[in-house]
Design a binder for this molecule. Structure first.
Ligand SMILES: [Zn+2]
Length: 273
């Protein structure tokens, strides 16, 4: 009886939450990447296998060097693992953090006047438009869903257990590579609740990161990732667009990504009217 119990227990604790394989992982899985400054919020041992961890590092690296999160990382003067200033590239804009690690100093190369919106030559001012996720949308969706599932497993076990995340897993295991929509928004959403608690939450706040969730209904379990001034939200259960319609009425500046979902969204709205 005792043997039976310990065998089951051992198996349970060695199952990867993404691919369901038994494993003895050698690497430590950071829920929020170490490259964003997270050192403490990590997964329990063997809950993510080395194969999955390795596969994830490809899209993670893309998000951390080729999206607006990379820009935020440079702005906060986060050091790379080798102790250098972080660098990134958004389309033709290349940027790097301050080499003396002072915050809010970012060097940018490759700017042209076309990058400015409403440029006024008299005052020399305008808005610099940074293409936040161009070419990295699919990687960003995967990145968000990875952080989402891991953080629920770590800090909100009952929510983790009471939902079916098969579509999310298939997407992250690259059995299905169809784009998964997410939004960026600037409005405050009080209905979201922090996933990590106590010290974990505090640690993430210190690195300007917060992760939270909100259950709308059986089809919509939303995950919000905020790093610096950038907030992205994704539905963990499937690719439906219904939840986005609700937020679009509250925030006109809301952006739906990847872009082809924007057309799909406006088509479906017109059909209903
Ligand atoms: Zn795995």
């Amino acid at each position: 009886m005792l043997n039976h119990y310990s065998k089951n227990y051992k198996e349970m604790s060695n199952i990867c939450i993404f691919c369901d394989n038994e494993n003895e992982a050698k690497s430590v899985e950071h829920i929020v990447p170490e490259s964003l400054g997270n050192t403490k919020y990590i997964m329990p041992r063997n809950s993510v296998c080395d194969n999955c961890n390795k596969r994830f590092s490809k899209f993670e690296e893309k998000v951390l060097t080729k999206t607006v999160f990379a820009f935020e990382r440079a702005r906060f003067a986060i050091k790379t693992k080798k102790g250098n200033a972080s660098i990134g590239k958004l389309n033709k804009l290349e940027f790097s953090g301050d080499k003396n690690f002072r915050k809010n100093i970012v060097s940018i190369r490759g700017i042209s006047l076309d990058d400015f919106k409403e440029f006024d030559p008299n005052t020399g001012s305008g808005q610099l438009v940074i293409p936040g996720f161009v070419g990295s949308e699919n990687a960003t969706s995967k990145f968000l869903l990875k952080v989402a599932l891991e953080s629920l497993y770590k800090s909100q076990k009952s929510t983790f257990k009471s939902h079916n995340f098969n579509q999310l897993k298939e997407f992250l295991n690259t059995k299905s590579n169809i784009d998964w929509p997410f939004i960026t928004t600037s409005i405050i959403m009080p209905e979201f609740k922090s996933i990590p608690r106590f010290e974990d939450k505090h640690h993430l706040n210190e690195i300007k990161c917060s992760i939270s969730f909100c259950k709308l209904d059986d089809k919509n379990l939303l995950f919000k990732f905020k790093y610096g001034g950038v907030t992205a939200i994704i539905n963990m259960l499937d690719r439906n667009l219904d939840w986005i319609k609700k937020y679009r009425t509250l925030d006109e500046t809301l952006t739906v990504l990847p872009e082809h979902y924007r057309k799909k969204l406006s088509d479906s709205t017109e059909n209903k009217e």
